[in-house]
Write a protein that binds this ligand. Structure first.
Ligand SMILES: *Cc1c(COP(=O)(O)O)cnc(C)c1O
Length: 242
């Protein structure tokens, strides 16, 4: 077995143990392969091991890898900052869910384009639960208002919430971020907003997936622990300048 397969097996056993500890069924937690900077060859190896959900951060990478992956059955989510002028590409390159919807203008532009193409799109609302300025996402306080506005667009199906936890090696410092997202989800469900079904909680990455699963994650997004260290710092992907 090569490294990628081994690493995936390791991540799956980490997911299993975390679910066991949290008394959850591991079928409730999906693994999303965070494939930024990863070559199509390595993505194919990962998909061949049975993992079919990938997440990209950059339109440029979506484009570059599209042809190589086109004939391989997989599901593609967008997890990076999305500029409104790149919306056509999201649809063109087979993204089925945008996990990083964080502002009403983006929802409006997505709706316009989807209406023209007579398509629908799944979306998650990205929430900034760590109050770090370097991160995108609506504040927890503004999230419900945004959701109510987005819910009016029949082309957009709100399926869940996404967050990037605090940058910290200490998982106990990240836990409050995940709790905020879970509480927000409960609040939204209680409000019973038409066209809103926030069953999914996308939270937890290589370093903190166990904590996220304990707090209710249904999707964990893992890159480094499967594909190895990236050459670019994460700030390149997560900042406004990116
Ligand atoms: C890169 C990335 C991940 C994966 O992070 P790792 O620490 O490499 O597992 C998860 N979510 C988002 C939004 C990312 O950009």
């Amino acid at each position: 077995m090569n490294d990628i397969n081994q690493h995936i097996q390791l991540i799956k056993s980490r997911i299993e143990s975390a679910c066991h500890k949290a008394k959850r069924n591991s079928s409730e937690v999906r693994l999303l392969l965070a494939t930024k900077t990863v070559s199509p060859e390595n993505i194919k190896i990962a998909i061949a091991s049975g993992e079919t959900l990938i997440g990209e951060n950059k339109i440029q990478e979506l484009k570059e890898k599209f042809e190589d992956l086109q004939r391989i059955p997989h599901e593609k989510h967008f997890i990076g900052h999305l500029q409104t002028n790149k919306i056509k590409d999201i649809l063109k390159y087979g993204v089925t869910c945008v996990q990083s919807l964080d502002r009403i203008e983006l929802a409006e532009k997505l709706h316009q384009r989807l209406s023209v193409e007579k398509k629908q799109l799944d979306v998650f609302i990205q929430v900034n639960t760590s109050a770090e300025e370097s991160k995108f996402g609506v504040t927890p306080e503004q999230a419900i208002e945004l959701i109510k506005s987005v819910a009016k667009f029949d082309t957009l199906k709100i399926k869940g919430l996404m967050t990037i936890g605090l940058f910290s090696a200490e998982t106990e410092k990240v836990r409050p971020c995940f709790k905020i997202l879970k509480n927000l989800q409960q609040e939204i469900i209680a409000q019973n907003i038409p066209n809103v079904d926030v069953q999914e909680l996308s939270m937890g990455m290589s370093g903190d997936l166990e904590t996220a699963i304990e707090e209710g994650a249904t999707i964990v997004r893992v890159g480094t622990a499967i594909f190895g260290q990236r050459i670019y710092p994460d700030s390149y992907y997560w900042n406004e300048q990116a």
